[in-house]
Design a protein around this ligand. Structure first.
Ligand SMILES: Nc1ncnc2c1ncn2[C@@H]1O[C@H](COP(=O)(O)OP(=O)(O)OP(=O)(O)O)[C@@H](O)[C@H]1O
Length: 564
């Protein structure tokens, strides 16, 4: 195991010279991660102290805003309007001297709660987070408030039209956690769907049924090597405790000697990122973008109520269900508040507006110093390293909205340093029109500006969390309660699930055969570092009828068994 290296006084001085803020730069409980190869897409910045030192040192030499020498996003955007910001366009001379092996990450970690640690038979439904004694809102106690908020947030009994070819669980907030009922050999691999930096995601079919799932398989060896044990545990916890229409559903998690497995709902619509890339101008009309933004707000609201900060919102982490609705995935950077605070109530100054639920108070006391996120999406307070809160999720929402409507992120620079400098110093600039969609409305610009407020205390959401965003005039025509009943702008073409679109074309050379993967042998005395990774099966209400994606008439030829 690699030990966390604390920054030296010199490092701090270097950082502080550049960043003119009181900076507390400490090693938090997340630990330090080692160099991941870049999996795909944009670079995720999960810096360690050593990489951050290099970064800060380089960053320190950057000219201040207004002087020549760093490329503003406007300048860059106007000079190369068609350039995809997803390509690594960095000038190797100008970019900071980080190689792939030098890039290191710090993870968000969250201890596994007792209810997940214990392997139970017939566990009772997942308890809601514990009630804080300190807060009541008149006649409504906070547990009721949370339940009310959760039930208004995607768990009402309202169904939505289901086609014969897909089904999913939308039933309630009740999840039953049981001892795991399956293992690797219960599934047959169908194809490789995606590849992350430490694992692969396969389309699998459960033997003896026509059910398709997405199976994320993480190599324990790689996780240990890159010090990502806590990330895997955190992801398992979040997935196992979440039940929301816009958050990917976990059905089973288990482990073998070599791998960790997450058996999840198969999102046949593929990656939202690719769907966006395939649109003319890589962007969406404002009303369509509003729909996706609203679903993201609903998902973030739920996560915050549950006590989680997501911290890695970007189109790559949004999947599309076959229905076209979004599903957030990839929770390895998320952070949990232990225990979550209670939701509050914020009264409106307008007599016509109902009091709003304050989700910010659920995670109000969670402040973390991890240097995590994706380069173009990182919030200023993360770069400054002075600690960050749930406000980072509202910042990333602003970036996502901008990207959905313009095809670019607002602060993209020629390299990482320039991007970070832009994030810290320049105001968001809205292009007149990119030739593909109408210019943004005033209300839309106003919302994005307020989300991209560099001062997290003034940012929209700083008063009451998601309610602040939902009440912005831009969303006035959104019916939040019926969001999942609203027809999505993009409906993935019907498919048998195997030839679904919007997945990254993967190279043939990627093996589908886990047997071929290198194994590690845990010696007799070796302690399994993933002891706390829960092997569970999650039963969601009504799942006998509403589970997974069905192959329907498709007859899959038996390929490989997902066993070792
Ligand atoms: N539930 C799912 N349904 C369909 N495809 C999925 C699903 N989950 C993941 N994928 C595919 O696998 C890819 C990688 O998944 P994911 O981002 O969760 O892996 P990861 O190893 O955590 O990646 P990262 O390096 O970004 O952390 C996704 O981009 C997507 O294409």
């Amino acid at each position: 195991m690699l030990a966390a290296k604390s920054p030296s006084v010199h490092d701090l001085a270097v950082i502080d010279t550049f960043v003119p803020y009181e900076r507390e730069y400490s090693v938090d409980q997340d630990g330090v991660l080692t160099s991941p190869p870049e999996a795909h897409g944009r670079r995720r910045s999960r810096g360690s102290h050593s990489s951050q030192k290099k970064y800060a040192h380089h960053f320190n030499k950057l000219p201040k805003s207004g002087s020549t020498g760093y490329v503003s996003s406007q300048a860059q955007q106007s000079s190369s309007p068609t350039q995809s910001h997803h390509e690594d366009s960095s000038d190797p001379k100008a970019d900071m001297p980080l190689t792939k092996t030098q890039q290191i990450r710090r993870i968000a970690s969250a201890p596994i709660p007792k209810f997940v640690q214990e392997k139970r038979q017939d566990s009772p439904p997942l308890p809601l987070p514990t009630k804080q004694p300190s807060f009541t809102t008149g006649d409504i106690d906070t547990a009721s408030l949370r339940t009310l908020a959760l039930s208004n947030n995607g768990h009402s009994s309202l169904g939505y039209a289901q086609s014969a070819s897909f089904r999913r669980t939308y039933s309630s907030n009740s999840i039953k956690i049981k001892n795991v009922e399956v293992g690797p050999s219960s599934f047959t691999k169908v194809k490789l769907l995606g590849k992350g930096d430490v694992g692969r995601v396969y389309l699998v079919q459960q033997k003896g049924s026509d059910r398709l799932y997405a199976m994320k398989v993480l190599s324990k060896k790689e996780m240990v090597k890159r010090n990502k044990i806590k990330r895997a545990l955190a992801e398992q916890e979040i997935l196992a405790s979440s039940n929301h229409p816009f958050i990917v559903t976990l059905y089973h998690s288990f482990q073998s000697e070599v791998y960790l497995y997450f058996c999840m709902e198969y999102c046949m619509g593929g990656e939202f990122f690719r769907a966006l890339q395939n649109r003319p101008g890589k962007c969406l009309p404002e009303e369509d973008a509003k729909f996706y933004a609203a679903e993201v707000v609903a998902a973030l609201e739920y996560l915050h109520l549950m006590g989680f900060i997501y911290r890695d919102l970007k189109p790559e982490n949004i999947l599309l269900h076959q229905s076209g609705h979004i599903m957030l995935t990839d929770f390895d950077l998320s952070k949990k508040s232990h225990p979550p605070g209670d939701p509050g109530v914020v009264k409106s100054s307008s007599p016509y507006q109902l009091p709003a639920i304050d989700t910010k108070s659920c995670i109000a006391h969670l402040r973390t110093n991890s240097f995590v996120g994706t380069e173009e999406y990182i919030a200023p307070e993360v770069i400054k390293g002075c600690g960050h809160t749930s406000a980072v999720d509202w910042w990333t929402l602003g970036i996502l909205m901008y990207e959905m409507m313009t095809g670019k992120t607002p602060f993209k620079g020629a390299n990482r340093n320039a991007t970070f400098a832009n994030i810290l110093r320049i105001d968001v600039h809205f292009p007149e029109s990119n030739g593909y969609s109408a210019p943004m409305s005033t209300n839309c610009k106003s919302l994005i500006r307020r989300l991209l407020n560099k001062d997290e205390h003034k940012r929209l959401g700083s008063r009451a969390g998601a309610s602040d965003i939902k009440n912005h005039i831009f969303f006035r025509n959104i019916n939040w309660a019926l969001l999942r009943n609203t027809p999505p702008p993009i409906i993935p073409a019907p498919s048998n699930g195997v030839d679904a679109v919007n997945f990254r074309p993967l190279q043939e050379s990627l093996s589908l055969d886990l047997d071929a993967d290198e194994r590690i042998s845990l010696g007799k005395d070796d302690k399994n570092p993933f002891e706390k990774f829960s092997s569970v099966t999650l039963h969601h209400d009504g799942e006998d009828e509403d589970i997974g994606y069905s192959t329907g008439d498709l007859r899959l030829s038996p390929t490989e068994t997902l066993s070792e």
